[in-house]
Design a protein around this ligand. Structure first.
Ligand code: HEC
Ligand code: HEC
Length: 362
């Protein structure tokens, strides 16, 4: 992976100005996948997880009792209607302190090769062990949650060997996290051969995304999430913005103490990126316009004409997918239910036997 990372990072320096646009792929032949040679792959349409465990995990995810102060649920920061992030540059932890980095989306988290901005863990289980956002001591949770008869009943049924334990609590949360996938974005439909899925500017945006070299880093099934790269290859973002880098800004250096790992991060996924402003690990880029300019300047060292930037942004907006077959939208429709919690709507057991509303967040 690292080797691949070095290769693609090297490759971007060799890119010449955007070549003439290649012709669009051949017209749709119904059902024929047209993935030949594309650096981005569609998200699988069908993924399986244990639905009952995911439903239990969803209840835990929305339960404030999972924090030390019983004030903060996972969903306090990973919100259903904000692309499973929260729209803040830095979120507020259970103890009132700001998080050192911006809250990443949890959509499609299962497709990232490492977790956290600096990639310090490999699996969702390790991520839960190391997560400090809620300040919870996991060992106290089984006793705390066993007092809730609904949890006791659900865990006894789904985990008859152990009931509520640290590992079964984490297992249920992981099943829920695996269910947070958003397939069938318009761009994925294009990749699958639907030639009408994208407008001309969106398609041009994709060609530019490739020809400028964005795709050297943002690629694969998650349009990112599979490489480590330095932020600021072609310039010093922090000096230019008058920011003194914090420990969190040093990225992987905090783990490895190797000079070459300074400012190195897991390349973020761009799936649903239109929903997850503000951007960058420090939340310092307020919108897509801003962050795409930053990428051209600091990652590619090339000016990006306004018209090209507009088309690239139009392309990025086609990466918004569907959650449980409902298209994700920036905001829930007026008066509607927030996108992303259909389980709580459709499941009588979750609605009646779920966590008391006072202890939950949307
Ligand atoms: C106070 C806000 C907050 C709360 C509460 C919170 N998180 Fe997070 N979450 C974050 C931030 C910030 C990060 C990034 C931390 C980093 O990279 O160092 C993160 C990262 C993650 C990641 C890794 C995502 C990735 O792509 O690398 C997962 C998974 C995750 N959180 C799940 C959870 C779960 C499950 C809970 C509840 C037990 C939870 N979070 C509670 C803010 C929060
Ligand atoms: C050399 C690798 C590289 C190239 C090339 C690159 N990026 Fe990035 N991109 C990154 C890294 C690393 C980050 C995270 C930086 C940070 O948070 O400090 C990032 C962040 C982003 C983000 C913010 C995502 C978020 O959730 O915060 C967007 C949007 C983005 N890039 C789009 C682009 C576009 C568009 C291009 C081409 C104009 C591009 N990138 C070129 C590596 C790259």
């Amino acid at each position: 992976m690292l080797l691949l990372g070095c290769l693609v990072a090297g490759a971007i320096f060799l890119l010449s100005p955007p070549p003439a646009m290649p012709p669009p792929p051949p017209a749709n032949r119904a059902g024929t996948p047209q993935l030949g040679g594309e650096p981005i792959l569609p998200l699988p349409l069908e993924v399986t997880w244990n639905e009952e465990k995911a439903r239990l995990g969803e209840r835990l995810f929305h339960d404030r009792r999972l924090s030390a102060t019983q004030t903060t649920a996972c969903a306090s920061c990973h919100l259903a209607n904000k692309g499973r992030a929260d729209g803040l540059a830095h979120s507020i932890r259970h103890d009132g302190a700001p998080t050192p980095v911006n809250t990443p989306t949890l959509f499609n988290v299962t497709y990232n090769f490492k977790l956290f901005w600096n990639g310090r863990t490999d699996t969702l289980g390790q991520q839960l062990e190391q997560d400090q956002s809620t300040g919870i001591k996991w060992e106290i949770l089984p006793a705390r949650l066993s007092a809730d008869p609904d949890y006791a009943k659900s865990f006894a049924r789904l985990y008859p060997q152990t009931g509520i334990s640290v590992s079964t609590l984490r297992d249920a949360l992981i099943h829920y996290e695996r269910s947070l996938v958003t397939p069938n974005a318009r761009f994925d439909r294009y990749l699958r051969g639907d030639s009408h899925a994208l407008s001309a500017p969106e398609l041009r945006g994709y060609q530019l995304f490739k020809s400028y070299g964005c795709v050297a880093c943002h690629q694969g099934v998650n349009v990112g999430g599979n490489l480590f790269q330095k932020f600021g290859i072609m310039g010093d973002y922090y000096a230019d913005h008058g920011i003194t880098p914090s420990k969190a800004d040093f990225g992987r250096y905090a783990l490895t103490r190797r000079e070459e790992d300074k400012f190195v991060f897991r390349v973020p996924s761009l799936r649903n990126v239109a929903l997850t402003a503000p951007y960058l690990h420090d939340g310092s880029a307020p919108d897509l316009d801003d962050v795409v300019s930053d990428m051209a300047q600091y990652q590619l060292g090339r000016p990006l004409p306004e018209a090209d930037k507009a088309d690239i942004i139009a392309f990025l907006k086609t990466l918004t997918g569907e959650y449980r077959r409902q298209p994700l939208a920036p905001r829930p429709p007026a008066g509607g239910t927030p996108v992303g919690s259909p389980l709580l709507r459709s499941s009588p057991s979750a609605a009646s036997g779920g966590v008391p509303l006072a202890g939950t967040t949307p």
